[in-house]
Design a protein around this ligand. Sequence first.
Ligand code: 4DW
Ligand code: GAR
Length: 235
Amino acid sequence: MSKRENDSKRGRNGRAAQLKLAVLISGSGTNLQALIDACAEPDYPARISLVIANKDDAGGLARAAKVNIATQIIRHKDFAEREAFDQALSDALEAADIDLICLAGFMRVLGATFVEHWKDRLINIHPALLPSFKGLHTHQRALEAGVRIAGCTVHYVRADVDVGPIIAQAAVPVLPGDNEDNLAARVLKQEHRLYPLAVELIARGLVHVENGRVRIEEADSRAEDAALINPPPFG
Ligand code: 4DW
Ligand code: GAR
């Protein structure tokens, strides 16, 4: 949605309409929690209308229920075909009139029909600086590769996994003695800042996909002098 379109959808209080989010989870939902916390801020331009899990034991379901967000469990195991699972998801999302779907540790691959239907209304967070370290065990592989900077990425979802226009990235240093667990924790902390930021940029209509890449109004020039250098320079 463009900035003007969102501005034109004003509520009775004269504020721009809030983007209606669905968050899809499979696990503990700490990124969901970060979005819940961001949405609790009065001026945040989005709210979560629906949380969907594909498994009964997804810990994030309790986080949503605690703040009275509607939850649904749509079990992939209940469907013989992937397409039928995708369709059930799509139906639930349509019924809730969702503007933007946020995958947050959602572990089922969504098919091309689903992805095309929700194109540029479907985003994911990945615990690496894409296009490096796609797939699983990202932190382990980053450590093995000896990178000095790790991080996370929010991107639009495409039919191929872990690809799609990159919206935002956060970088962290890899420190001596890091193992998979503490590197994962350092990255996760930044995921919790990055995901709400990316959603806010989209909700404010500042994110544009052009020729398969993202342009962000206003924000890009602010980054000009920023750098994370590891090892840090002397002095
Ligand atoms: C992702 C990629 C592959 C699997 C799980 C997650 C990353 C994020 C993602 C979720 N769904 C997606 C994406 C994506 O980037 N692009 C699309 N859909 N189109 C994965 O291989 N999952 C397997 C199941 C794992 C499990 O149930 O634990 C699977 O067979 O789907
Ligand atoms: C997060 O680290 C997220 O980046 C990752 O799963 C974790 C979910 O944690 N996603 C992927 O690996 C997608 N390929 P959470 O349930 O606590 O938000």
